[in-house]
Design a protein around this ligand. Sequence first.
Ligand code: ADP
Ligand code: MG
Length: 699
Amino acid sequence: MKPLQEVPVTELQGVGPALAEKLNRLGLFSLQDLLFHLPLRYEDRTQISALGQLRVGSTAVVEGEVISCEVSQGRRRSLLARIRDGSGLLSLRFFHFSASMKSQLQPGKRVRCYGEARPGATGLEIYHPEFRVLRDDQPPPALEQLLTPVYPVTEGLQQKRLRQLITAALQQMQEQPLDELLPQHLLQASQFAFLADWSLAAAIHYLHHPPADADLMTLSEGLHPAQRRLALEELLAQQLGMLALRQKVREEAAHPLRVESSTLEIRLLEQLPFQLTGAQRRVVSEVSQDLGLAHPMLRLVQGDVGSGKTLVAALACLKALASHCQAAIMAPTELLAEQHYQNLKTWLEPLGIRVEWLTGKLKGKLREALLKDLASGAIQLLVGTHALFQEEVAFAKLALVVIDEQHRFGVHQRLALRDKGKSGDYLPHQLVMTATPIPRTLAMSAYADLDVSVIDELPPGRQPVKTLVLPDSRRPEVIARVRSACEEGRQAYWVCTLIEESEVLECQAAEVTWQELQVALPDLNIALVHGRMKPAEKADVMAAFKAGSYQLLVATTVIEVGVDVPNASLMIIDNAERLGLAQLHQLRGRVGRGSTASYCTLIYHPPLSQQGRERLQAMRSTNDGFAIAQKDLEIRGPGELLGTRQTGEVQLRLASLKRDAHLLEGLKPLAIQLQRESPEQAKLLLKRWRGNSLHFAQV
Ligand code: ADP
Ligand code: MG
């Protein structure tokens, strides 16, 4: 007998090409697919409810005697039948009806119906109930023994038909059980021992046909042990996929770098006016350990805005340079690339290191010369945007690539970038830095191919930013506050947010605000920076702001990431309700970098949506990026949080990263153990859940 995953749906009785095509549309090709096609919800048709017990919203089977049946000429013509059962009354209302229906529902007849009670003109009513007229000469039809599953269907495929097919697949499963791929003893020994009693087959059977007394509440929340048993298996398969990917990475070669601190590092640290924080020290050492290995590092450094990631990156680069290799730092925008370049140059040039910036501005001979020095190894550290990985750019011996602020990069893009840095048989080490903390549980899944380090400490002396939330009617107060702050020698940002997803409109809004503020604050020097200015213009404005030539900077969200002006201590965000939490937190992180008390004012335009209110409330209540990320996960769910590019990689069939987060914790060790003890089973498990469609199943 063929295993169920190889038996096509067409082998079920009555499934021809047309029906098969509809099933395929739902992703159902094999009998196993049918088994894994789980109900969205359940209906309880196992008992008859008394009419007197019905409440608005109850969905129930009821029985009663028809007392009247009339066509009602209300706003919409309908057929209205009233029934009673001794405990109460109910109306059945049909907006679409035939003459035969009216004659079926004659007074005196008994009917059994199913539907949802709602408030109507005559009291409780069910619109378009399912019904059947009971016959005096026959016993009433039996009630269902089990809860009735309601499946996701597609056009032209009836619930009833799909139920029959799945029931048939369940019967096949009795004769030919699915392989149990999760070894009992492993489950027993893990923190998932509470699920060990559930075999895969039992869980699947239960979820398609739950008994009448099943806990519908738990089932609807997705927290029934049968559901958790399946979610566990799916998430385990995902972890196995990531392990396989890591395994593959380990087989590649990289230049092992010197682990001990070099004189370069020591000199850099001596020259800084501050000490590394404990967290920076720990992360640097985690990175160093990886760099000492002969296979490429893939490490994510998460650190809240202002936690000092740039310095960690610089120290990692010095490891490469001390081992006579090159390093590259990639930033998402020219503005940020330039800022990194300036910082790194200040830090590293005194050590005799040649740092260069590969910008779009660089053309002709100058560019040629730069590329030549890069290829010869004369340039040790190169900073830039994506332009770093154009074809003509060749390094002499690139050992480390740092990617900054790219939390939206997916596994694919990360690996593609790394491959571009390949020279000979050697891949560069990769350090990814993100300021948008991703909740741990989510990171374990989405970034399971990466090792993660966390800088969970800010440099000492930072003042927490105080956040105010105000309606736009109080703008004049905000403007007054900007005036007095700037008069005291501080600097401020005024951010105009995205209008209807249009960059053009956003820039226009920024221009308008800039003009208004110039009128309102004639004594201040006010600059404008927006996404449609040339990179060079933007950089000039930013440099002038940083140098203190302007007191107020009106900007679009282009300043979101990385801009570092310690003297700026006031951040105003217009229409803050339009932005997501991560973005708001990023923007707020632009202030609070110096030692003066900083403020962030979120101006909103009422009325606020529920989500908008929750976001602004979260911003007011905490400065902790991780707490904010967790809140963001709760409000938006993981797909949104990771950005569209990445959602494909965490697409799950049954499990939910939000709901099943508590399962993730212990999964990695379980996956490692399974992989080690039973690699064949691990492979089958991966195949069962991931098919062949996803990249990590193929490695
Ligand atoms: P982010 O993690 O947001 O990229 P940066 O690397 O831009 O943060 O650092 C923010 C600021 O903190 C910079 O001005 C940097 O020089 C400074 N900084 C970094 N590490 C320390 C430290 N250990 N003590 C004091 N200041 C630090
Ligand atoms: Mg940064």
